[in-house]
Ligand binder design. Sequence first.
Ligand SMILES: Cc1cc2nc3c(=O)[nH]c(=O)nc-3n(C[C@H](O)[C@H](O)[C@H](O)COP(=O)(O)OP(=O)(O)OC[C@H]3O[C@@H](n4cnc5c(N)ncnc54)[C@H](O)[C@@H]3O)c2cc1C
Length: 614
Amino acid sequence: MNTSSTTSLDTETYDYIIVGGGTSGLVVANRLSEDASVRVLVLEAGADATKDPRIFIPGLAPSTYWNPDFDWAFTSTPQKQLGGRTIAHSMGKTLGGSSAINMGMIIWPGRVTFDSWKALGNPGWGWDESMVNYIKKFHTYNPPSAEVQKRVSYEADESAHGTSGPVQVNFGTDYMPYHEAWAPTFKAMGYPLTGDPVTGVSSGAFISGGAIDPVSKTRSHSAAVYFNDEIAKRPNLRVVTEAFVEKVLLKTEEDGSVTAKGVQVRTKDGVLREISTAKEVILAAGSFKSPQILELSGIGNPSLLQLHGIPVVIPNINVGENLQDHALIPFNWEVAEGASADIIAKDPSIMAAAMEAYQTAKAGPLGQNPLVSSFIPIDLSDAERNELVDTQVAAHPPETPAEAAQFEQLRHILDIPNEPTAQYTFAPMQLLSRLGPLPSQIFGMSHDGYFVTVVTALNHPFSRGSTHIASANPTDKPTIDIGYLRHPLDLELEARHLLLLEKIMAAEPMASLLKPRGRRIHNYDKTEPLADLEEAKKVARELVLSNWHTSGSCAMQPLEKGGVVSDKLLVYGTRNLRVVDASIFPLVPRGNIQASVFAVAEKCADVIKGEAGK
Ligand SMILES: Cc1cc2nc3c(=O)[nH]c(=O)nc-3n(C[C@H](O)[C@H](O)[C@H](O)COP(=O)(O)OP(=O)(O)OC[C@H]3O[C@@H](n4cnc5c(N)ncnc54)[C@H](O)[C@@H]3O)c2cc1C
C-alpha cells in the first residue's frame, strides 16, 4: 500500500478527516469505511514503518524509544513534588501510533471505571450497557495451552473473551521460573486470582496476554490489523503518512455554533494544504497532541490562546486539563546465582540467539510478551482505608468542577471492599529510574549484576496534570505538567503498596528465585527490604516514571463539570468536530490502557455512525 502519495489530496472530497493514524484513529477509520459510500481520509504525522522489524517484532519495542523516526519524545516540566525531576513520555509517531511501539501488554480494564464514566454524565458508556461488548469486539483471544495454564497457574475463561476481533491476544510458551512463581506467590500471601481479569472485577495475579499474532508472532497493532493489506484496498479509505496536521479550520456560523470545515496540513513534500471535509473532522492524535491541535485551532483557555496570539473561537478552560496516568514505580531485585533474567538484554550473544530463534522458527522470547501482572487491594481494613481516604482528600480537596465530580466517583470506587488499588507488573529486566530521565538510561541495563523488576502502579489515581501549547508554532512540543504523586492520597497509597510488594517478593516460591541477601536497586543497592512508610514515600518520588497511560486531557464529561467533549464525542460548541483517542477518558481505567483505547474507539465509531444516520 502506498500511503505517501499526495496526488489530488486536496481536490478529493472526504466525509471524515481523521487526524492521527494511531491506535484509535485506524479503528475508527476502518469502521467508518465499512460503508462503501462513506469517504474517509486519515492524516498521520509519522511514516509507515510497519515492515520495520523494530515495529513488527514484539520484543524489540524499546529500540524505538526516543528515536525520532518512531517517537514524539515528550518531556514534562520539572516536577516540584518530585524534587524537580522531569519525566520522559514516549508516544508513537508512526502508522499505528503508540500501539506500534508499546510494550504490547493486553490488560483488561475494570468495570467500575466505565460505570463511573456513565455516572459522570455519559449515558451509554457503562460496562453492561456497552463497554463489555466493545472489549469483546476489538480482540480475538488465543488462550494459552492447557499445559501452559497449569504451569503458570492460570485458568482462562474463554467464554468471556472476544472470538473474532481484529487484535490478536496471545500468550507464550517460554515462560521463566519467575512467571511460574508469580501467581503462586501472591496466592501464598492471601491474594488468589478471583476470576479471569477480562470480567472486569477480579483481583490477584495472572499471566497476561500480548497483542501478538499467534502464527506470525508479529505485533498485532492497529495498523497491522485495522489497516491491513485487505482493508487498504478499500477505494473509500485513504491514509496519508508524514502528513502533519497544524490545525482544524473552524467557521463560526450565524447562530454562534462552530463548524469544522477541514484541516491545515503540511505534507511530506513540504506543501501546506487545506483539505475540506463534507461532514466531520475527528481528532485521534493522542492525549498530548489532540489538546494541542484544539488550542492551535482556537479552542481552549482564552488567556492562554491570547498570550500566544491565537484568535479565540471557542473558550473552554478545560482543554488540556485533567491529565492522568497510572505512573509506575520500579523496584529491582538481584536474582539468585545462575538464574537468568535481564541477561537477554545484557548479553549480545544471547540476544543474537533469540533473534535467530525468532527469524528461523518464530520461537523464543522476542515473539512473546514477558510481562505478567496482578491487581491487588491495599492491605488496610475497610475502616483504615476509609479514614486514610477521608483525611487525605480533606487535606487536598478538589480544585475544579471536574475534580469534584471525579473525586466523588473515585471515593465510591475506593469504598468497594477489596477493590484492587494497585497493579504490580513483573518484568525480567532492569528499570533504572535514578539514571533517567531518558529511556536509553532507564532501559540501559547498565547496573552490574542480574535483576528482575516489579513495577507498582495506582489503579485509580487522584493526581492531575495538564498539557498545553508552548507557543503558536504547531511544531513546538506541548508543555506537560504531569503531576505524578501530586495528590497526597496517591503518595500514601503508593508507599503502602511498595511496602506490601517487598513482603510479597519475600514469600515463596518467588523468594527462592532471588539472591539471598541480594541487592535491591530501589533501596540504594542495600540488601535489606524497604520497610519504613516515610522512606517508601521518598523512594516513590525518586523512582516514579511514566506508565505511558496518559489520558483525560479532552475529557468526556458535561461542560459544567469540566468536560471538553460530550458523550457523543463532540467538542463542546462545535457541530462536527470530535475526539476519539485516550484524551477523552474522564477517568483512567485500571491496567495498561490500550485495551480500553481499542474498545472505546470501537464504540466511538458506532456513536459516529449512529449520529450520521440521524
Ligand atoms: C512506550 C509505550 C508503551 C506502552 N505500553 C503499553 C502496553 O504494554 N499495554 C498497553 O495496554 N498500553 C501501553 N501503552 C499505552 C497505549 O499504547 C496508548 O495509551 C494508546 O496506544 C494510545 O492510543 P491513542 O489512539 O490515544 O494515541 P496514539 O496511538 O498515540 O495515536 C496518535 C497518533 O496521532 C498521530 N499524530 C499526533 N499529532 C498529529 C498531527 N498533528 N498530525 C497528524 N498525526 C498526528 C501520532 O503520530 C500517532 O500516530 C504504551 C504506550 C507507550 C507510548
